[in-house]
Design a protein around this ligand. Structure first.
Ligand SMILES: Nc1nc2c(ncn2[C@@H]2O[C@H](COP(=O)(O)OP(=O)(O)OP(=O)(O)O)[C@@H](O)[C@H]2O)c(=O)[nH]1
Length: 493
């Protein structure tokens, strides 16, 4: 995971601090120095690291820490808040509205993934019923137009470009005009890659922006961008009004700190991340779940807590059992939708798992999302028992989808959307495979007496790793006072 190493180092530094017998200013300073070193090693800009250190020092008062508070948690929260602060400029970006023309211009360094991301962005919206179109204003790189054309054709998205015309300003203006007339509601302008040393290309970018008057300029950034990130991003921001950031190649193992710096430089929110070369490898970005995953443990415990809160007690053991098997069925999805509609927003449970709530229930759109869940349930009502209980997606062939669409009075596209949603949830669900749950009768006794060693054996290895290994787990158990662990395993308390 990009930035994964940074998260691990921060977690270790916090761990070392909480192992100390007396927490005084010196121990806190050492911990902060360790965290700062980790940030610098991950390519976060020096000034940002210095500011972050000063802010945490202000928030964390060693006297408070000494007075029997949970030291690691206080420090962790301060670090968490600071990272969120860096990634969240506090104001949302311009949000295009379906049915109303928006012009979105993509800018960035060479090879950052603009062309790929333009198509992903168009495809993402197209799936949601938008009418996007792509304009290739990259006349600099030979083959850029062919690449866009190929991607656009594959995704059945209209495109505009030219092999002959060398003036990107002219192409951009013409393309935007054409698609305005065709009533496209999302006109996406792809531009050439450039860097701040190329003054003429920066001037050209400004002219493209002037000619097309974009509602939103998106800065596309490769997550492996190093120390140069801050200055480059700032230069883009100073030339055109960057309003949002998309970070690409999050599927790699880059240090990723440069990406944090660039976000700070543009003072614009990250709206999506690219997680692979393919069209669907594109996720809505949410700051808090991302940072908590980065810091190694928050999501898992939060997830279990929320299951406890939202899922009716009598259903918890069964649900956890199914989690441990990792196999997700339509029926399970149906039952969870039912719980969530009854008990509150679905996001409460799954927001703990990155990529989930943001997709299914974006903030501020809860009403629409609930309506969507209800529509999904209507479609599932038209499914046979075999379909509901199957884990095999291949079963859902075209004729079955047609039948479901007809039976529920919805379109085939909506059925396909629901299947996509199901696939995504099944992927998240499969991560829980291997969770070992004590037999029903043994549950409460076992969980009362369970130590970290036993507990570590019960957890799937990838989850244990996410929690910061044995150390992270021991800490979590301390925080929860052990007694609550019965709840994590569905036992009676
Ligand atoms: N692994 C991975 N590769 C990506 C991702 N996004 C883009 N790429 C790859 O990065 C390379 C560059 O992507 P392009 O879309 O051509 O980049 P560009 O910014 O348009 O390039 P220029 O026009 O030359 O500036 C391609 O090989 C893409 O497949 C991603 O999220 N993950």
């Amino acid at each position: 995971m990009v930035l994964g190493q940074l998260g691990g180092s921060i977690t270790r530094a916090l761990q070392q601090m909480s192992n100390a017998t007396i927490i005084d200013e010196k121990v806190v300073s050492e911990c902060l120095n360790e965290i700062s070193r980790a940030l610098l090693q991950a390519d976060v800009q020096f000034k940002m690291v210095r500011d972050m250190q000063a802010n945490i020092k202000r928030i964390v008062n060693p006297d408070d820490l000494a007075a029997g508070h949970n030291k690691r948690r206080i420090m962790q929260k301060a670090v968490f808040d600071e990272l969120c602060r860096i990634l969240d400029p506090g104001k949302p970006s311009y949000t295009p509205k379906k049915g109303k023309t928006s012009i979105i211009m993509f800018v960035g360094l060479q090879g950052s993934g603009k062309t790929t991301t333009c198509t992903k962005y168009a495809h993402y919206h197209q799936k949601k019923g938008w009418k996007p179109a792509l304009v290739c204003a990259d006349t600099f790189r030979a083959g850029a137009f062919d690449q866009l054309k190929q991607n656009a054709t594959k995704a059945k998205i209209p495109f505009y470009g030219s092999y002959m015309e060398s003036d990107p300003v002219k192409i951009a203006a013409e393309g935007v005009e054409r698609f305005k007339q065709e009533n496209c509601d999302l006109i996406i302008v792809d531009t050439s890659g450039r860097h701040k040393q190329e003054a003429a290309l920066f001037e050209e970018m400004r002219q493209v922006s002037e000619a097309t008057k974009p509602d939103l300029v998106i800065f596309v950034m490769d997550s492996s961008i190093g120390q140069a990130a801050f200055d480059q991003a700032q230069a883009f921001k100073q030339s055109v009004s960057v309003g949002a950031v998309i970070v690409t190649k999050m599927d790699g193992h880059a240090k990723g700190g440069g990406a944090l710096s660039a976000v700070a430089a543009t003072k614009s929110p990250v709206i999506f991340i690219g997680t692979g070369e393919h069209m669907h490898e594109f996720e809505v970005f949410d700051v808090k779940p991302f940072v908590s995953r980065l810091l190694g443990m928050g999501d898992w415990s939060g997830f279990m807590d929320k299951i406890h809160e939202v899922v009716p007690t009598d259903q918890q053991p069964e649900l956890l059992q199914k989690l441990s098997e990792g196999s997700f069925t339509m029926r399970l999805m149906y039952e969870q939708f039912q719980n969530m509609l009854k008990m509150g927003p679905i996001g409460q449970v799954f927001s703990m798992l990155p990529g989930f709530s943001s997709e299914l229930m974006p903030k501020g759109h809860e009403k629409e999302s609930q309506a969507k869940i209800k529509r999904y349930m209507t479609m599932m009502d038209s499914m046979t028992n075999d379909e509901l209980d199957s884990t095999n997606l291949k079963l859902m062939n075209e004729s079955r989808m047609l039948r479901i669409a007809r039976g529920s009075g919805r379109s085939v596209r909506e059925v396909v959307d629901m299947m996509e949603e199901f696939k995504r949830l099944a992927k998240i669900w499969s991560k829980m495979k291997g969770l070992k749950i004590p037999k029903k009768g043994d549950m409460s006794a076992l969980s009362r007496n369970m130590n970290a060693q036993q507990m570590s054996k019960a957890l799937p290895p990838q989850v244990l790793k996410q929690m910061g290994g044995m150390g992270g787990l021991q800490n979590l158990m301390k925080q929860m006072g052990n007694k609550d662990l019965g709840g994590m395993f569905g036992g009676e308390r």
